[in-house]
Write a protein that binds this ligand. Sequence first.
Ligand SMILES: *[C@@H]1O[C@H](CO)[C@@H](O)[C@H](O)[C@H]1NC(C)=O
Ligand SMILES: *[C@@H]1O[C@H](CO)[C@@H](O)[C@H](O)[C@H]1NC(C)=O
Length: 480
Amino acid sequence: MPLTPLKATFLLALHATMTFTSPVPNPRPNPLSIPPLIPTIPGITDPLASLAPPIPILKVPTPPIKSPPFTASSLKPKKIGYFWTGPGNQAYADFLAVYSLDDDTFGTFITLVDVPTSGNEPHHLNVARDKKSLVGTGLLSLLKTQDVEYFFDITDPYRPKFRNSGRALLSSIGDEIVAKPDGGFFITHMGSAAGTNLGRLTEWDNSGNLIAEFPSLLDLAGTVNILKDQFTPHGLSADFNKNILLTSDFVVPLSTLKPTLGIQKANTLRLWNYSSRTIISTITIPNGGGIQDVKFIPGNKDSAAIATAVELGQVWVIYPFQYNSDGTQGVAKLLYDLGPKAKGVVAIYTDLSADGKFVYLSLTTANHVAALDISNLEHPVRLDDPDEVQPIIGPHSLRVTPDQKNLVALGYFVQQGDIGVLNTPGDYKVHYIDILPNGALSFNRTIPFQTEFANRGGARPHFSVIADLTDPTNPKFNSY
Ligand SMILES: *[C@@H]1O[C@H](CO)[C@@H](O)[C@H](O)[C@H]1NC(C)=O
Ligand SMILES: *[C@@H]1O[C@H](CO)[C@@H](O)[C@H](O)[C@H]1NC(C)=O
């Protein structure tokens, strides 16, 4: 990747900023939090400030325009969707929208809440184990030098409130989120604080404070491991009972921004010891070309996980407790080749049914959602017709609903605009797809964000969290 003078200045400035902040993990509120500006360091930030406007990939951190006035609904649907969304006109604030998913009021807007920043490219979203907070990540928050993690209070599920935001010190480019059993979250950061190779696995407490980033700077073996093979973790899954985590390496974020010689894709996953937060081994999918996603299969007796190799258009199974002939822990085996239309589709994200029988896969630039019956990992059965033209454009995020009756697929992945090479077409719709008794999909209802939010140039919903409040004493959320 060519390092232009402007990019070099950006990197230098960020590294300089980092050397003035403590790299030692600490549980205090992040000193770099909102307001979203690089702290002033005489002699170091001054040249950055004077350079900021002309740098193509660094944007001026202007405050956002608030969402236009709206009327919240007093409806209290049993099933609701939270959608972490960027506005079409990125001068407006990024926001969390709430919609009814009940049959009789489907698609009714309930409310929305702005975050205090714009241009984050809202990315993944998930819910804490206590069901009282959500966190959303920003893919490109670093371009405006603002916070990456946005925390919401959903104590009143129908009236989420923005609570606080944070960022890590060594890493940026927020991606996948897994709730910790004891509260808080693990979140993958695909890049360094400057968006280059060497991301981190970050850990957050229930109040939204950064606990640490892994491998830590003091973890010599971990540092050696990530220097050996590209470490750009995107996918993340946990089997807390078996004391292991898996992360999957996707692409170097800065290599998706112009100028670029091409996107740098990884072929690896890392197997982690959960209790020590250290890397046990690197698992390779040969020529995988970006391992976007990994998820443990619920209930699998071998703790097997599925992983997606994007360039190959293939699904692999990871057996974390099997050993390779060279003695390394964690074996990768091909599960299913999704065929010619699935090769190089930029993104393949997944979700699984709670019983681990079905896996759904979004093939973004193929405009297709595939379904496999994986009850028998030796004989996966494809449930969709690969040649069917489906009524969806650019699917990415997938969520099986808590009652297992629907799949929520969002028709938007990433559009970096002029600054980058990742611009996948989308229909900007929430697709509420019926899951048939055999696990296959039937497209049915949608919520069109382009028209719903026409007053700010449309909207791009990247990720959802689904709540089922049928039993108010025991609210249920998506299982992953
Ligand atoms: C994981 O780390 C813990 C704590 O350091 C250690 O006791 C345990 O043996 C490790 N497990 C594995 C599988 O490496
Ligand atoms: C769409 O879903 C509704 C509500 O479940 C159902 O009544 C209707 O039959 C479905 N339509 C199609 C075409 O599947």
